[in-house]
Write a protein that binds this ligand. Structure first.
Ligand SMILES: NC(=O)c1ccc[n+]([C@@H]2O[C@H](COP(=O)([O-])OP(=O)(O)OC[C@H]3O[C@@H](n4cnc5c(N)ncnc54)[C@H](OP(=O)(O)O)[C@@H]3O)[C@@H](O)[C@H]2O)c1
Ligand SMILES: Nc1nc(=O)c2c([nH]1)NC[C@@H]1CN(c3ccc(C(=O)N[C@@H](CCC(=O)O)C(=O)O)cc3)CN21
Ligand SMILES: [Mg+2]
Length: 283
């Protein structure tokens, strides 16, 4: 048996076509969606993502700015910049690339972003809205995961979903979205003692851990849908996920590759959020 591939790149390309058509329509009404990405310091992985985001903006005809700041930038300088973009009408979405240098308090920065421009969905008000089921901008990676499931006919409703990882940017929000889609959700983390046992009960397994190839064949229920959020750089420079892909292929029913799975969807969902924020600015 060999799992079916969930082709995130392909699915993401077709969603980008839909977004592009919508963006053209909005431009006809005089609004060009605009995104600013702010990068502090020189983290090489961040550089790649920032470049991919700028490329996507170009492809969709968005207005885009990338602000690269030195690692020594102070928290106050960053806050002032955000205050400026909160007021800037051309910009509908503000993304500050995480992680930030240690001397900057991430929470202070996220809190400072105007909630209507919070295209990451990380602001406490956005998180609260997601939690209570109100209409809000959804965090991109979790929204991408749900979109991948739906577009491959893997509706989460009634399924047991196991999420490994509880970060604020992936684990917790993806669990909340799966719950909203009527899955029964189990969240695991570094203090979960019997991880393989719980994991192997999952109809839908989401790995968002940051440990290369952690998830082995024995952790997977035969036929399960495996969504690998991990993007890890190996010493040889290659990318790999949190799932041992070759191993999992023999057991899973569906699986996302890394690269080419969740990553491209994250960027596409960012583009969708920016479009949404731009549309709302009209109302
Ligand atoms: N594809 C994308 O678009 C995308 C987007 C974001 C992140 N990522 C990738 O996804 C991965 C996770 O990112 P993140 O930001 O969520 O990471 P994070 O903030 O480091 O969180 C990792 C989570 O995994 C748990 N964990 C760590 N080691 C574990 C272990 N051995 N067993 C069980 N749980 C363990 C941690 O538990 P504790 O809470 O107990 O510490 C934590 O909850 C990374 O590889 C990252 O690069 C990809
Ligand atoms: N503010 C903020 N928002 C985010 O969504 C975010 C961060 N910060 N910091 C880093 C993480 C990691 N994220 C991402 C986003 C896209 C890819 C991505 O495009 N991955 C491609 C390969 C890229 C490569 O070649 O390195 C893939 O196919 O998986 C990966 C991680 C987004 N994340
Ligand atoms: Mg983190």
């Amino acid at each position: 048996m060999s799992a079916q591939l969930i082709e995130g790149k392909k699915i993401s390309d077709s969603i980008r076509e839909e977004i592009k058509a919508e963006a053209e329509r909005l431009k006809g009404e005089g609004v060009t969606p605009g995104l600013v990405v702010i990068l502090v310091g020189e983290d090489p992985a961040s550089q790649v993502y920032v470049r991919n985001k700028a490329k996507a903006c170009e492809q969709l005809g968005y207005y885009s700015e990338v602000v690269r700041l030195p690692a020594e930038t102070t928290q106050q300088e960053l806050l002032s910049l955000i205050a400026r973009y909160n007021e800037e009408a051309k910009v509908h979405g503000i993304l500050v690339q995480l992680p930030l240098p240690k001397h900057i308090e991430e929470k202070a920065i996220i809190d400072a972003i105007a909630v209507e421009k919070d295209v990451d969905g990380f602001h406490p008000e956005s998180v609260g809205n997601l939690m209570i089921g109100d209409d809000t901008l959804l965090p991109c990676t979790p929204a991408g995961v749900i979109e991948l499931l739906k577009r491959t006919g893997n509706d989460p409703a009634g399924k047991h979903a196991v999420v490994i990882g509880r970060s604020n940017i992936v684990g917790k929000p993806v669990a909340m979205l799966l719950l909203r889609e009527n899955a029964t959700v189990t969240i695991c983390h570094s203090r979960t003692p019997n991880l393989p046992e719980i994991s192997s009960q999952a109809d839908i397994l989401v790995a968002a851990v940051g440990v290369p190839k952690l998830v082995k064949k024995e952790w997977i229920k035969p036929g399960a849908v495996v969504i690998d959020v991990g993007v890890n750089r190996l010493p040889d420079g290659k990318l790999c996920g949190d799932v041992d892909f070759d191993d999992a292929l023999q057991r899973a029913g569906w699986i996302t590759p890394v690269p080419g799975g969740v990553g491209p969807m994250t960027i596409t969902m960012l583009m969708a959020n920016t479009l949404r924020a731009a549309k709302r600015s009209l109302a």
